[in-house]
Design a protein around this ligand. Structure first.
Ligand code: AP5
Length: 208
């Protein structure tokens, strides 16, 4: 199974991706996580660090290259879940070409829909455990006292607002692109995490 999760910042892509990938034993490949890891290790160019910090997208070729290398690893041989990639039509076309060159294709693209006013609260109150990568929310999913919490640099209100605007502009053509290809499944991302998981699984099931 090769699937893509698309959705605005705070839609719940990472939260749902963790559940699905654990269930199916496939890797979760998040370009956001890979870029943050590169930044932490001092391997991300300063201009890209600045771009991410302001909520803009990094250039297509940078993330395409990351995906190319990551999907070649043995753990991705039987499938993977791409979380936050592709975000633009050129990225989607590059992914198609990459998979075609390996005789593979995408099974489904799940778009998580969440109203704009909820996204701010979801992203601004998100906290992640540095050691485990577990995602929490100060209101909806409070962390245990022993968690070693991190507040993402781009989860400040103004930056989240910019990320949502960037998402709307940059992905405007992406959803129609996948709709035309017959791969798009839209899922309501509002509700209890388990409820949303059930909807995601049902959408994937229907696409088989
Ligand atoms: P990335 O890391 O991909 O961030 P994002 O797309 O903005 O998405 P988030 O991680 O903010 O949200 P999410 O949908 O995963 O939500 P989560 O599950 O955590 O990208 C970061 C940056 O990297 C980009 O801005 C860009 O600069 C760069 N980048 C990455 N990919 C790129 C690409 N392909 N091209 C170019 N640049 C790229 O949930 C959010 C919160 O809500 C959590 O607290 C969670 O606990 C809570 N929550 C989740 N589900 C529910 C629910 N059902 N009910 C209540 N609370 C919930």
């Amino acid at each position: 199974m090769r699937l893509v999760f698309v959705g605005p910042p705070g839609a719940g892509k990472g939260t749902q991706a963790k559940v699905i990938t654990e269930k199916w034993k496939i890797p979760q490949i998040s370009t956001g996580d890979m870029l943050r890891e590169a930044k932490k290790n001092g391997k991300l160019a300063p201009e890209l660090v600045e771009k991410m910090g302001k909520g803009g997208l990094v250039p297509d070729e940078v993330v395409i290259d990351l995906i190319k290398q990551r999907t070649e690893l043995p753990d991705a041989a039987n499938g993977f879940l791409l979380d936050g990639f592709p975000r633009t039509v050129p990225q989607a076309e590059a992914l198609n070409d990459l998979l075609a060159s390996r005789g593979q294709k995408l099974n489904v693209v799940v778009a998580l829909d969440v109203a704009k006013e909820l996204l701010m609260e979801r992203a601004c109150l998100r906290r992640t455990d540095k050691r485990t990568g577990q995602i929490y929310h100060l209101k909806y999913n409070p962390p245990p006292p022993e968690a070693d919490l991190e507040h993402r640099a781009d989860d400040q209100e103004e930056t989240v607002r910019n990320r949502v605007d960037v998402y709307e502009k940059m992905t405007a053509d992406l959803l129609p692109f996948y709709e035309k290809a017959g791969l798009l499944r839209r899922v309501d991302g509002v509700g209890d995490v388990k409820e949303v998981t059930a909807r995601v699984l049902s959408a994937i099931e229907q696409s088989k």
